[in-house]
Design a protein around this ligand. Structure first.
Ligand code: F6P
Length: 344
């Protein structure tokens, strides 16, 4: 079997139109090896899941590894043509090289609640054009459709980079012996048939009626309005749920709910929802805040949250329909229920 292409070779032949974007992807991949090595040592590297006694800009408790990952990626990005970094772990933007053409939004460590549990965690990034002559935030307060590239690294049984430079979504896996990422799957296409959903079901009582109806319909299985038996998975690391959905299909939901502070859900638009939305759209999937396409939302501030639903396009569209079609209650009507006459 011929050896799979290295990330470097792939970027040289099939990379972005602007080589600066490829440089950011390469630097993110390089720095992720350091974080992966630390994670693989678990507590042998120190107590990475311990709270640092402070909160990040969004009020989440910062863990030791959140801060290490923020510092590692921010420092590494000095080796790429990056003017600005916006990170979940920093209140305001960080200026690297004011004259450089790009801005990078980062979630340095996604899934921090799983650090101590030996469950997959990750790093998410979004690449935007920098807007010279504006304040730091202006480069980031643009709709996600302006991203030049995006991706995430998952630190799991394999360390993998999922990335797009707007020419499809591709997966690279780290060969630890050689310290190189190699192409594992080119041009990922999300499987529409898989009936699997990911949601934190313990929040059921807090959801709105539309989300409850969709999940009830999944639970109703092949006798219900969706006409199929659904399986459920929830890892509580978005990167891990996203990776599974990319390779075998399904849908992820983190909706807004009635808990204080959760009206707009839990996930951040700039460095979680936007990059995930680009990765999924480039793989023939979709992403919505239940009403709007994620990539069309104009952010108002760096740490803005958004309800987030992504996965195979048909399922995502259905959830949006439950929210936007005033007759969405039809799924509960006796006519359409499992004993009903008119299944939809
Ligand atoms: O903060 C992001 C995150 O850790 C995601 O990776 C994950 O999907 C979600 O939060 C888990 O949230 P919860 O603990 O509410 O289920």
């Amino acid at each position: 079997m011929p050896e799979p292409m290295t990330l470097q070779a792939f970027l040289e032949t099939s990379g972005a139109d602007d080589p600066a974007v490829d440089q950011v992807v390469a630097v993110m991949a390089g720095a992720s090896r350091e974080i992966a090595a630390t994670i693989q040592l678990g507590t042998l590297a120190g107590r990475m899941g311990d709270a640092r006694g402070n909160q990040n800009a969004d009020g989440d408790e910062q863990k030791a590894l959140d801060v290490i990952a923020h510092d590692t990626f921010t420092e590494a990005l000095r080796r790429a043509p990056v003017a600005l970094v916006a990170s979940e772990e920093s209140d305001s933007t960080v200026t690297l090289d004011a004259d450089a053409p790009l801005a990078v939004a980062l979630d340095p460590l996604d899934g921090s609640s799983n650090i101590d549990t030996n469950v997959s965690i990750g790093t998410i990034f979004s690449i935007l054009p920098a807007r010279p002559g504006t304040d730091g935030e202006a480069s980031f307060l643009v709709p996600g459709r302006e991203q030049l590239g995006a991706g995430f690294i998952i630190y799991g049984p394999q360390v993998s980079l999922v990335m797009t430079v707007r020419k499809g979504t591709h997966i690279f896996t780290l060969d630890p012996a050689r310290g190189e990422f190699r192409l594992a799957q080119q041009d990922v296409r999300i499987h529409p048939a898989r009936t699997e959903y990911a949601i934190n079901a313990s929040n059921y009582r807090h959801w709105d009626e539309c989300v409850r109806t969709y999940i009830d319909d999944c639970l109703a299985g092949e006798d219900g309005p969706l006409g199929a038996n659904f399986n459920m998975r929830w890892i509580a690391s978005m990167v891990a749920d996203a990776y599974r959905i990319l390779v075998r299909g399904g849908i992820f939901l983190y909706p807004g709910d009635q808990r204080r502070g959760y009206q707009q859900g839990r996930l951040r638009l700039l460095y979680e929802a936007n990059p995930m939305a680009l990765v999924f759209e480039e793989a023939a999937g979709a992403a919505t805040d239940t009403v709007n396409r994620i990539l069309d939302i104009k952010p108002r501030n760096l740490h803005q949250r958004t309800p987030l639903v992504f996965g195979s396009a048909d399922k995502v569209e259905r959830v949006a329909r439950y929210h936007t079609d005033p007759s969405h209650d039809f799924t509960r009507s006796p006519l359409f229920s499992h004993r009903g006459l008119l299944r939809v």
